[in-house]
Design a protein around this ligand. Structure first.
Ligand SMILES: [Zn+2]
Length: 244
């Protein structure tokens, strides 16, 4: 039995003499792992079609278990991001988090669309060379992607008001992000908590924007380096909390 998928190649592992086990995120069946026989032979053209982050049409022949990769035609290579250091390290980070939080064979077209939109945006930004603000933009889109992905997985955080006392944030409230308490906490309430991340008013605005806009829209927003640094701490805190 043959099955076709729209797939984004996420990972590969060498197995046996000439074989590999590929990990794809598919539109039709979510995260799947597929063995590919003899794909490491030098003449195997199939391997180039399923390099990391390539969007491809793949065919899997299924007799039992995971089946076997029988064919692949690349549709988008995203080769620009492979040549850009910041882009590649961001996408690599996304891959690690993605493979940790997303379960196998749980179809979710929203996740597929988000991942594809993310790769397209990073590819586009990788084309603009020698610009510091561009690196900041790549990081911003990466944090936005991760916070959206966490949201789809059920990890949504309150960034409207202090989760403990309902006070609205201002520059004077010294707001922090506290993953254990479910979001934003004002400086007064935060005295009782540990392991929190500082959040300036601009960072709070950026988080609200992430929750209320699609990813392509967010690339129109330009964020300051400080916002990115704070978002990085927030994302790290969420990751540690999810993977605890
Ligand atoms: Zn409070």
């Amino acid at each position: 039995m043959k099955q076709n998928y729209h797939a984004i190649a996420l990972d590969k592992k060498d197995t046996g003499e000439m074989d590999r086990l590929y990990t794809f995120y598919t539109r039709e069946n979510g995260l799947i792992r597929v063995p590919a026989k003899s794909i490491r032979k030098s003449e195997a053209k199939l391997a180039a079609q399923v390099e990391d982050f390539v969007l491809a049409h793949i065919t899997v022949v299924k007799n039992y278990g995971r089946g076997t990769l029988a064919g692949a035609v690349a549709e988008e290579y995203f080769d620009g991001l492979h040549m850009h250091y910041v882009a590649l390290s961001c996408v690599d980070h996304v891959r690690k988090v993605f493979l940790t939080v997303v379960q196998e064979q749980e179809r979710d077209e929203q996740v597929f669309g988000l991942l594809l939109a993310y790769l397209r945006k990073i590819e586009e930004l990788s084309d603009i060379k020698d610009h510091v603000q561009n690196d900041e933009q790549i990081k911003w889109i990466t944090y936005a992607f991760l916070i959206k992905l966490f949201g789809i997985q059920g990890y949504v955080f309150d960034v409207k008001k202090c989760v403990a006392c309902d006070v609205l944030p201002t520059a004077q409230t010294h707001t922090v992000f506290d993953v254990h308490n479910g979001g934003m906490i004002c400086g007064r309430c935060a005295q009782k908590t540990i392991n929190v991340c500082a959040m300036d008013v601009d960072t709070i605005k950026s988080l609200r924007a992430i929750y209320s806009n699609h990813l392509p829209m967010l690339s129109k927003i330009v964020v300051h380096q400080t916002v990115n640094k704070q978002l990085q701490n927030i994302v790290t805190q969420i990751e540690k909390w999810i993977m605890r």
